[in-house]
Design a protein around this ligand. Structure first.
Ligand SMILES: [Zn+2]
Ligand SMILES: [Zn+2]
Length: 346
């Protein structure tokens, strides 16, 4: 497993040779900048001295916050009995060079996500960061799966390997390559992309219980995906400090989710689906508009038939011919024919 590999720094710069915001340049370890995080950063890293944080890695991604902890993913092996993401020992030599493999990067984001998740009990503001880091971790795991077929497949355009694929593109690429994609994977990857877009690009409306269910579902999925495609339990990549919260999340998933229409949904969701079938129209106060059922969305049909409805709705799990449940991001507005969730008709 990549987490046990030794990292071979090509270039290390001691703190006393680096000034704040000194760029390493393209021949260094990163295309981004080196940022001096100051004494507070040093204290939080537990190494007793100033550490440096690299803004972007070779793939253009922001590095996990705790650079020092992340470095240990590569520099310490399982043989020493520690988990990736655990704090480095006092007195360890600081380095500004950091090269993370796709998987190491994925584990860094996963542990950072758990760190944010643990803060959600004190502040709701931690939720977007917990969810964002989790979806980023999933994307990197997907890329590793593509890279295992061939490293060139992680790029949008294989003839011009510059930008890497998004979550949705990674899914399409896997399917195009004839990779066996489980329906659970398709649904969760699309859901992860959707939630990340909501977090990053739009106003965020946050309901603690709803977000916990979203998070738990994706967290369990990350374990499922990692075991199926990367051949090992994801647990081994979780920092020891997060093991209790990991166990609680997995237990919550097991007692909260049920399989309905072949899809894992919250145990209260089947009741919501039944209730949604009783509402067949929306009214703007003057005119009543008949709701559009799943598989009959004119906007989607125009894109190429109704085959998308052969599988349950990726957001609310209704089947073809049923009305979507409240808040589903697939339902088409019968008045403006945009996405009902985002339109201003009602
Ligand atoms: Zn739906
Ligand atoms: Zn509308």
């Amino acid at each position: 497993m990549a987490a046990t590999r030794q990292m071979e720094p090509e270039r290390c710069i001691r703190r006393d040779r680096v000034t704040a915001a000194e760029p390493l340049g393209r021949d260094g370890c990163t295309q981004g900048k080196v940022v001096d995080v100051g004494r507070r950063g040093a204290q939080s890293c537990g190494m007793g001295h100033v550490s440096l944080r690299i803004s972007y890695n070779r793939n253009g991604y922001y590095q996990p916050q705790r650079t020092c902890a992340s470095m240990r993913i590569g520099s310490r092996s399982v043989a020493d009995g520690n988990s990736p993401g655990d704090s480095p020992p006092r007195g360890a030599t600081p380095s500004v060079h950091l090269r993370l493999s796709l998987l190491e990067n994925a584990y860094g984001f996963l542990n950072e996500s758990l760190a944010h998740y643990r803060r959600t009990s004190r502040t709701l503001r931690a939720w977007p960061f917990a969810l964002f880091h989790l979806t980023q971790s999933l994307e990197l795991m997907l890329k590793q799966t593509l890279s295992n077929i061939h490293p060139i497949f992680i790029y949008e355009d294989v003839d011009r390997p510059k930008r890497t694929v998004s979550l949705e593109q990674a899914l399409v690429r896997l399917e195009t390559l004839g990779f066996p994609v489980h329906e659970k994977e398709r649904r969760n990857i699309l859901a992860a992309a959707n939630y990340r877009n909501r977090v990053v690009h739009t106003e965020v409306v946050l309901n603690k219980f709803e977000w916990k269910n979203i998070y738990v579902r994706l967290f369990e999925f990350a374990h499922f995906f990692h075991k199926r495609h990367l051949g090992a339990e994801l647990h081994a990549a979780v920092a020891r400090a997060h093991w209790p919260v990991e166990a609680r999340l997995m237990a919550y998933f097991a007692r909260t989710f049920v399989v309905y229409n072949g899809v894992e949904v919250h145990r209260r969701h089947p009741k919501d689906i039944v209730g949604a079938q009783r509402i067949d129209s929306f009214s703007d106060g003057r005119i009543s508009y008949k709701r559009i059922t799943y598989g009959c969305e004119p906007g989607w049909l125009a894109l190429g038939g109704d085959s998308y409805a052969d599988t349950p709705c990726h957001d609310c799990a209704v089947v073809k011919g049923q009305y979507h449940t409240e808040g589903c991001d697939v339902e088409e507005c019968p008045k403006c024919h945009e996405q009902l969730l985002g339109c201003a008709c009602w």
